[in-house]
Ligand binder design. Structure first.
Ligand code: PGA
Length: 262
């Protein structure tokens, strides 16, 4: 089973509108659009979603949100509903990011609800999981990730599982400049795939995209993306630069070209 690679940008709360325009001018849209084995997703702050969807409408580049409300619609001042995202052409949405778990007190329960709502509106969740440094130091990283993953995927049917992207993002690696080693990433990705296999069987597990996130950049992407169970990356800091983000996509594509040629 050959999975495609996905490289997704998580811009977090960065960039003015002028900076978004500069990024798109500098980003090699035509080059990355030709890559048949590598999917590109850009997740900007909410306010730039519609502009980017329209700007990139004629390309295979997908636009994702970084968050979604856990409610359908109504009196929830300041919130954005999945239905709204869908109505402007957003195709993906990050859920369960450690920054939202930490700074916005998002529980596994709330994250599960958000994943459900996204599926109801045919938006693909990019579901993040990952342990803290203390959990890894106490050798609790596998059980932490297992709990986070089980909580969400036990509520999915097979079709929904196949339309869910998982991102393993060790909290100690996010924005720190310290990335997981290829060995650490591979063993956790393979572990996550086994959890999916227990619920949905081998075919679904082998089809599920599992991204790595946490200080992934143009210098370490090759090592990480070459791991058999690492299907690409969710890129924060390094995705803010058009040229570096493009380089990471080129790396993913070159690995896939070799894989498919074999
Ligand atoms: P980083 O962030 O690449 O800046 O470490 C990744 C993420 O949080 O998605």
């Amino acid at each position: 089973m050959m999975r495609k690679k996905i490289v997704a940008a998580n811009w977090k709360m960065n960039k003015t509108f002028d900076e978004v325009r500069d990024f798109i001018e500098q980003f090699p849209v035509d080059d990355v659009s030709r890559f048949s084995h590598t999917q590109v997703i850009i997740c900007p702050p909410y306010v730039y979603l519609q502009w980017l969807v329209e700007k990139l409408a004629s390309t295979p580049i997908c636009i994702g949100a970084q968050n979604v409300a856990e409610f359908e619609k109504g009196a929830y001042t300041g919130e954005i509903a999945a239905l709204m995202l869908r109505s402007i052409g957003v195709t993906h949405c990050i859920v369960g990011h450690s920054e939202r778990r930490q700074y916005f007190a998002e529980s596994d329960q709330k994250i599960t609800t958000k994943v459900q709502i996204l599926h109801q509106h045919s938006i693909i969740p990019i579901f993040c999981c990952g342990e803290t440094l203390q959990q890894r130091d106490k050798n609790e990283h596998f059980q932490t990730v297992e709990r986070q993953v089980n909580e969400v995927i036990s509520q999915l049917d097979t079709h929904q599982m196949l339309r869910t992207i998982i991102a393993y993002e060790p909290v100690w690696a996010i924005g720190t400049g310290v990335h997981a080693t290829a060995e650490q990433a591979q063993e956790m990705h393979s572990f996550i795939r086994q959890i999916i296999q227990q619920h949905f069987g081998t075919n679904v597990a082998q089809s599920t995209i599992i991204l790595y996130g946490g200080s992934c950049n143009q210098n370490n992407a090759h090592e990480l993306f070459s791991c058999p169970d690492v299907d690409g990356g969710l890129i924060g800091g390094a995705s803010l630069s058009a040229s570096e983000f493009a380089n990471i996509i080129f790396i993913a594509q070159s690995i896939q070209q070799q894989n498919f040629a074999q």
